[in-house]
Write a protein that binds this ligand. Structure first.
Ligand SMILES: NC(=O)C1=CN([C@@H]2O[C@H](COP(=O)(O)OP(=O)(O)OC[C@H]3O[C@@H](n4cnc5c(N)ncnc54)[C@H](O)[C@@H]3O)[C@@H](O)[C@H]2O)C=CC1
Ligand SMILES: O=C1[C@H](O)[C@H](O)[C@@H](O)[C@H](O)[C@H]1O
Length: 336
């Protein structure tokens, strides 16, 4: 049984505590931590009566009863917890992003490589989504020729006033950055952001929507429409234009209703429902691979590649120019 400690009992943290407790074989949540007392109580209530309660992430990480750590705090808080967990030699599931800057990601990578142990898996759950895997299988079959252009949308119904223009990149578009890199297996070399007219639903400091354009080493172009106050639903799309055809990611299967001379269909309203199966799959795989000390999913180097791309997009948001993307170092053999 893998004894897991979860740091961060917010929306995503409680979702993972429920997942680990009620839908994952071979794992048990033995401790939770949060800075807010009421959220520690909420998290522990999901895990059950034997769950230890912490306010300090350091105390949870260094608890000998904790074999593995889930880091589900906001992205800006990940680095400290990651460095402590690596030092403690704990297996780590870190929600995206690894860190909010490439520089911080490199510090984490250096610590993991120095530890000599593969410890970190990242919460890029779309790699486990059925629809994205069907797109990848079609691409890998070669039947459609080379991918040339990807049209993506990442639409949220709404975001809080704390949500910033930069978060549209390192918190939201980070999913398309990782999953499209994984789909086409090619590194990004340039980034551009076009700012359309701002929706009346965006708070005064937020540019929304944003059109983000990335280009890979082989010339593939990925465009990602990030629209976080679209109001109508949580709408994730991915269409791959190839030499011999077009591959469109399937939408979740809901009935089509015909009534009162109308046709209607349900649209999800958040990521928790839309990617429910993908979260379950990524976490079960991470638990299954713990016994062998294997990280089979996205690792810290994937997190770094996403971060250098995100950094370039954030620069492009203000420069209005095409920004180049260059890794600061070669991929360590450790991540081969
Ligand atoms: N993979 C996905 O689709 C999603 C991933 N996420 C990721 O999950 C993480 C958390 O997101 P949310 O739950 O939405 O955030 P949230 O803000 O609702 O919850 C974060 C919690 O962490 C706590 N916290 C912050 N710093 C802490 C520290 N040093 N020690 C202990 N607790 C601390 C806060 O009190 C808060 O309760 C983020 O990295 C986010 O990007 C969130 C939503 C979906
Ligand atoms: O990771 C996530 C979710 O998956 C949503 O798609 C995003 O819109 C949200 O901002 C982010 O936290």
């Amino acid at each position: 049984m893998l004894h897991v400690g979860v740091i961060g009992c917010g929306g995503m943290g409680r979702s993972h505590i429920d997942r680990l407790t009620n839908r994952t074989q071979g794992a048990e949540v033995v401790a939770v931590a949060d800075m807010v007392d009421a959220l520690v109580e909420k998290g522990a209530a999901i895990a059950g009566p034997n769950c230890k309660k912490y306010k300090s992430e350091a105390d949870l990480i260094n608890d000998p009863a904790v074999d593995a750590v889930f880091i589900v705090t906001p992205g800006f808080a990940h680095k400290e917890a990651l460095l402590m967990a690596i030092k403690a030699g704990k297996r780590i599931f870190c929600e995206k992003p690894l860190c909010t800057t490439a520089e911080d990601c490199l510090e984490v990578i250096d610590a993991e490589v120095k530890s000599g142990k593969h410890l970190i898996q990242l919460g890029f759950m779309r790699r486990y989504d059925k629809g994205y895997n069907e797109v990848k299988a079609a691409l890998d079959s070669g039947e459609y020729g080379s991918p040339l252009l990807l049209h993506c949308t990442h639409r949220n119904p709404e975001v809080p006033d704390s949500y910033t223009t930069a978060m549209a990149v390192h918190d939201t578009a980070i999913h398309e950055i990782d999953v499209t890199h994984w789909l086409v297996n090619d590194d990004f070399v340039s980034a551009q952001v076009i700012m359309p007219k701002v929706t009346k639903y965006a708070h005064t400091e937020l540019a929304d929507p944003q059109l983000m354009i990335l280009q890979t080493k082989s010339g593939i172009v990925v465009e990602d429409e990030v629209f976080v106050n679209c109001k109508f639903g949580y709408d994730i799309n991915c269409q791959v234009v190839c030499e011999d055809g077009v591959i469109e990611m399937p939408q979740p299967l809901y009935p089509t209703y015909r009534k009162n001379a109308q046709i209607s269909q349900t649209i999800d309203t958040d990521c928790f429902v839309r990617f429910y199966g993908a979260y379950d799959e990524e976490v079960q795989n991470w638990v299954n691979e713990a016994a062998e000390g294997v990280i089979g999913g996205p690792n810290a180097w994937d997190g770094y590649l996403a971060a250098i791309t995100a950094d370039a997009l954030v620069r492009a948001q203000t420069s209005g120019k095409v920004e180049t993307i260059t890794p600061a170092k070669e991929k360590p053999a450790f991540y081969a």
